[in-house]
Write a protein of this length. Structure first.
Length: 164
């Protein structure tokens, strides 16, 4: 089931974020920069603050009362001259990859807010890049993610629809 996130979801959103983020970005293990970022960012309070922003829409995917994925759309975010809004986060528990959860979450956001939209992902996250390209996203630029003073290259991918 996909639904709009509630304040009561925020603890689960924080836990799922930690699970997905560490699995994706701590491939060589844990170091202080990773620990500091993850534990200070992915908190219940962080998600409560996001829910309070009118420009943010968070949708959760639940199965048998278990949170297995979520999407965060930032309707005010901009990148260069790209039209549309940003998919700021799309996280699905690895146990549910390949089951259509991410695709359904993106379709839900598209049905509510329309097209086009864009997102960014780490250049070394080949699973995500392949997933997005399979759905019809195109790489349109780059930006850097600042992790405690370290810059990490991200691809910016845009989606204008299945024929776009």
């Amino acid at each position: 089931m996909i639904r709009k996130a509630l304040k009561s979801d925020c603890l689960g959103l924080a836990a799922l974020s930690l699970q997905v983020w560490l699995h994706t970005y701590a491939k060589q293990g844990i170091r202080p920069q990773i620990s500091q970022y993850a534990l200070s960012t992915f908190t219940e309070e962080h998600f409560i603050r996001l829910l309070e922003r009118e420009s943010i829409d968070i949708r959760v995917f639940e199965e048998d009362s278990h949170l297995i994925g979520f999407v965060v759309a930032d309707l005010n975010a901009r990148f260069d001259s790209l039209a549309g809004y940003e998919i700021a986060t799309l996280y699905v528990s690895q146990h549910f990859h390949g089951k259509g959860v991410g695709r359904q979450l993106l379709k839900e956001i598209e049905s509510v807010h329309g097209l086009p939209f864009w997102l960014s992902t780490w250049v070394h996250n080949q699973d995500a890049i392949g997933f997005y390209q399979k759905l019809g996203f195109n790489i349109v630029g780059e930006l850097n993610f600042n992790l405690q003073g370290e810059l990490h290259r991200n691809h910016v991918l845009a989606y204008n629809g299945p024929n776009g």
